[in-house]
Design a protein around this ligand. Structure first.
Ligand SMILES: C[S@@+](CC[C@H](N)C(=O)[O-])C[C@H]1O[C@@H](n2cnc3c(N)ncnc32)[C@H](O)[C@@H]1O
Length: 448
């Protein structure tokens, strides 16, 4: 009793939010009432907004609160019809009208009322307020009351719903030719095929994001496309790799003479096996020189892989040697276009976690997060990048905590799905094509 007596009314209500959500989830066995699925991160859905306290902590079947999965709870923000229809089917229109009327009444809960509700949902009516406070149950810590999704603004929820619908209808991967190629890299694990999906998502937002952050930038095709299309006020890229960073630093921060030098090197490069090896083994003394070496490495190494283990392409296309991989005019044209966009793009050689933390409290930021895939049985990212160790648990926790919208991309592994569910993300998949023209599905892990 003493423990609860010391707690202010606001904190008591927060406690009630949490315990009530657990109660609702437990009551329905974690099964979403609208889609019927049992997921690892069930939530307490509110049919009518949780801002009205009269109906915020309902526990009856014909009350305002029922168990939902994160996806259905999020979709309800933009399209309340599914949940409403379920409710009316189950409880009748009269019950619905009564709920709406009650919802619009002013709540006059006293401290005793809140304590009584708390005792009810924790099953401690007889011992409510015992010294140690309220008991913990064995539901996962992340079971949320849907507060996060309900606090999300409607515009963002609606844009996310449209994206989810689009992804669910997408049966074949994007074709390369459908994307404006902007990056000078042919990046291993690059997300060119996701560009139309991300642009669609951002186009659906009524308010342009103040910032689009791509913290694991690599070849950065998504961030570059967002900048080129003007779909965010600014784009921020970060990357740890020294070689990759040299390219972005030259293009976005180099003097015009540096960029001209780089373009001239590309145009005049005599592509023979000896010259390629000489450049790759060379010791660049300036950032533009390093940028040139990186581009040679990226274009001449098998699969664009620049980490130490990678080898040179053998015979080029149709056995015509390395020359067939050196699209000099195309490379120069892309570099010039990007240099022209430098006012819209910032780049920092920095750790993704630090960068995300910098922008974590701004709700107008959109994060596109494509880390090395080093989780699950196969760990495909481990051989592709010099920097490939990522604490994925920490990354999910961080991305769940930011105020802005999030899209993470991942390989479809049970470990990834479990992390995403535990942190309350919505999980969708998208068809992608591998370098060997195999169609696979990758995960898009979303938060509006
Ligand atoms: C999957 S790739 C990104 C590919 C990119 N989305 C594209 O389309 O080209 C992941 C990148 O993250 C970088 N990286 C790994 N750990 C990092 C970290 N802690 N901070 C920043 N970048 C990191 C790797 O060097 C690699 O370039």
């Amino acid at each position: 009793m003493e423990a609860l007596e010391r707690i202010g009314l606001r904190d008591l209500k927060r406690m009630l939010d949490r315990e009530h959500a657990r109660y609702i989830v437990r009551k329905y066995g974690g099964r979403c009432v609208t889609c019927g699925k049992v997921t690892q991160s069930p939530q307490c859905g509110h049919l009518l907004s949780r801002y009205s306290e009269t109906t915020r902590w309902d526990t009856a079947d014909d009350g305002n609160c029922h168990c939902q999965c994160a996806s259905c709870n999020m979709r309800h923000e933009a399209d309340p019809s599914v949940y409403t229809e379920w409710y009316i089917r189950r409880n009748g229109k009269k019950a619905f009208d009564a709920l709406v009327r009650r919802h619009h009444q002013v709540a006059n809960w006293t401290r005793e009322d809140i304590l009584a509700m708390l005792a009810h949902v924790t099953g401690t009516a007889a011992t409510a307020g015992r010294k140690e406070g309220l008991p913990e149950d064995n539901l996962p810590r992340h079971v949320s009351d849907g507060q996060m999704t309900h606090a999300v603004n409607n515009d963002r929820a609606q844009a996310m719903t449209l994206l989810v619908e689009h992804l669910r209808n997408k049966k074949v991967p994007t074709h390369n030719s459908q994307v404006r190629q902007l990056s000078p890299f042919c990046y291993p694990g690059g997300k060119t095929l996701l560009v139309p999906d991300v642009l669609k998502w951002l186009t659906a937002l009524k308010t342009k994001p103040s910032l689009f952050v791509e913290p694991f930038a690599g070849g950065a095709i998504v961030g570059l496309s967002v900048a080129a299309e003007g779909l965010a006020q600014h784009v921020f890229l970060s990357e740890l790799d020294d070689d990759v960073a040299a390219v972005w630093q030259t293009i976005f921060y180099g003097k015009p003479s540096d960029v001209q030098w780089l373009c001239k090197q590309i145009l005049s490069f005599d592509v023979t096996r000896e010259n390629v090896i000489a450049v790759i083994n060379g010791n660049p003394r300036s950032t533009p020189e390093r940028a040139f070496r990186t581009i040679v490495k990226n274009r001449m190494h098998f699969g664009g892989i620049m980490s130490a283990s990678a080898g040179l392409i053998k015979n080029g296309t149709a056995g015509r040697g390395l020359k067939t991989h050196w699209f000099r005019e195309t490379l120069v044209q892309r570099i010039e276009v990007l240099h022209g966009l430098r006012d819209r793009i910032s780049f920092e050689q920095a750790d993704a976690f630090d960068v995300v933390k910098c922008f974590a409290n701004d709700p107008n930021v959109v994060f596109f997060v494509d880390p090395p895939y080093t989780i699950g049985e196969k760990k495909p990212g481990a051989l592709l990048y010099t920097h490939n160790e990522v604490d994925h648990e920490r990354l999910f926790a961080l991305m769940a905590s930011v105020h802005g919208s999030v899209m993470l991309t991942y390989n479809d592994a049970p470990e990834v799905r479990s992390l995403a569910e535990r942190h309350g993300f919505c999980i969708e998949s998208v068809p992608m094509k591998t370098n060997h023209n195999k169609i696979i599905r990758e995960l898009l892990i979303l938060k509006p």
